[in-house]
Design a protein around this ligand. Structure first.
Ligand code: NDP
Length: 472
């Protein structure tokens, strides 16, 4: 039995199976769901072969070449009833002999050929099948999508989970001029859409889902989503990116979305003709300020110290706007409070300035000046926090700010974490480079690392099955 699975000897043409409780039925129907052979008949590309083991649907990627290896599986296999109906009477084995599946036999098998739908709710695990994936990638930013492209091409059948910020940070970037291969530049959303298309084209499944927990101490990993969906998987790539930081000052939460924003590209146009404040001194702050000059009367940049963190490229661009009178820079200045209401938006802000920098830490100093300042919109561009909360109890090491500590180094397995089979890529790992192209590179590495891990997995599985049997 070359493809694994506990295949029960059963005749496809056998009579009606008696109704039995779910648990018992599950044992009876353990076997191989023969999508591969059906696909071969239909001349369609087949990517999955489902095996049902202990109530869990395992999806394994297969190619047409596997079909010949499924010796005699016709009589023993479970084919999803809907699909079997479509092809009944037409299935042929590689040796040319038919499976002799009649519509009546299909009807008869309605009961026995039950495998559970993909999803189940937590708590129902014992009685319901859970969709098992060879590889789950959390995140559809540039790292996650690159991982998906590579993983799909390695036949690892990735399920790619798209969170609340689909496409990640890049979708908030208006112009990407430094991504190799696009000398004319392109927009962040364009790049992401092209990558999604490429990932899907090679067979990745993209679905919406926020991962809330991963159980790293069991094999396969149990992955739970916010909506209660549960998957299991053999390998997991965390590429869930980072979310915009906020200051935590009074008025910020209340006015978020009403004049306060973390995305100039998304919200700038709503405040046409207003004076706008950008907080931060990195590339994002410079890029946002530059972008906002399209709409603002004047853009002010408040940065907490003298030197900008941003690249010279952005500083020069902003400087040209300063010379044109479109941007004004307020160094050594911090935002203390926002005033306004959801109905009226931002009315004004309170700022503090101290020429030594970091004025909010020196509010009682003589050198600190606190003052109100009129602006109609405020854009926070003060960096990001990695989205790794769901990894906290997995055994994956996170640093004090939540970034995954990956193995790194020169050889293979650079994206490996402390938990074998869990890998990290992109902004969940990298707090230094944080570039689209470096995230893509890490996504690629994670997919290759995961592939190498999955190649060795049968041995790991055998070990854990033996351990489980010993427990029983
Ligand atoms: P960064 O971490 O580079 O910069 C954050 C800025 O916010 C810093 O200037 C920091 O000040 C300031 N800041 C942080 N916390 C506070 C606070 N509590 N109060 C006031 N100011 C604060 O983040 P970015 O989002 O700008 O950039 C992240 C990465 O993405 C970088 O690697 C960047 O190169 C890249 N990027 C590239 C772009 C492009 O090339 N098109 C566009 C946007 C980002 P301080 O300097 O004092 O620490």
């Amino acid at each position: 039995m070359p493809l694994g699975g506990h295949v029960e000897q059963a005749d496809a043409g056998a009579g009606v199976q008696p109704r039995v409780p779910v648990r018992e039925r599950r044992q009876r129907v353990d076997g191989v769901v023969l999508l591969a052979e059906v696909a071969a008949v239909l001349q369609i590309r087949c990517r999955h072969l489902r095996t049902l083991q202990g109530g869990v649907v395992h999806r394994r990627p297969v190619g047409r070449s596997h079909v010949g290896g499924v010796d005699g599986l016709g009589e023993q296999s479970l084919v999803p009833v809907g699909l079997l109906r479509k092809v009944s009477g037409h299935i042929r084995r590689n040796d040319g002999s038919g499976l002799n599946v009649s519509p009546a036999a299909v009807r008869d098998r309605d009961d026995s050929a039950t495998y559970k739908p993909n999803r189940t709710q937590p708590g129902a695990m014992t009685d319901e099948a859970i969709d098992h994936r060879r590889l789950i990638v959390a995140g559809t930013g540039i790292a996650g999508l690159t991982a998906a492209i590579y993983a799909a091409r390695s036949n690892n059948d990735p399920l790619v989970l798209e969170g609340d910020e689909p496409g990640g940070q890049l979708t908030l970037t208006s112009e990407v001029e430094n991504y190799p291969g696009f000398p004319e530049g392109l927009s962040g959303p364009d790049l992401i859409n092209k990558m999604k298309e490429q990932a899907s084209q090679f067979g990745s499944d993209l679905e919406h889902g926020i991962v809330t927990s991963v159980e790293g101490d069991k094999r396969p990993f149990r992955v739970e989503l916010r909506d209660g969906t549960v998957y299991t998987c053999d390998a997991f790539i965390a590429a869930s990116g980072a979310s915009a930081r906020t200051l935590g000052v009074p008025g910020e939460d209340e006015l978020m979305g009403y004049g306060v924003s973390t995305c100039a590209t998304c919200d700038g146009a709503f405040f046409r003709g207003e004076d706008m404040l950008v907080v931060g001194g990195g590339d994002a702050a410079m890029e946002e300020a530059h972008f906002l000059t399209k709409f603002a009367d004047t853009v002010y940049i408040a940065h907490r110290r003298e030197e900008f963190r941003a690249e010279d490229y952005w500083i020069d661009k902003v400087q040209r706007k300063v010379e044109a009178g479109d941007i004004e820079i307020m160094r050594n200045t911090e935002l203390l409070e926002l005033h306004g209401s959801p109905e009226e938006g931002v009315d004004h802000v309170t700022l503090a300035e101290n020429e030594e920098g970091y004025p909010s830490e020196k509010l009682d100093d003589e050198g600190t000046e606190t003052f109100d300042f009129d602006v109609g919109a405020v854009f926070m561009a003060i960096g990001h926090t990695p989205n790794t909360d769901y990894l906290e109890d997995t055994g994956v090491e996170l640093d004090e700010t939540g970034y995954i500590v990956a193995k790194g180094g020169k050889g293979g397995d650079q994206t490996a974490t402390d938990v074998e089979g869990i890998f990290g890529a992109g902004d969940v790992v990298d707090y230094h480079y944080q570039q689209a192209v470096t995230a893509a590179g890490m996504g690629c590495k994670a997919a290759i690392d995961a592939d190498e891990y999955l190649e060795d997995l049968p041995a790991v599985e055998a070990e854990s099955e033996a351990a489980a049997e010993a427990d029983d």
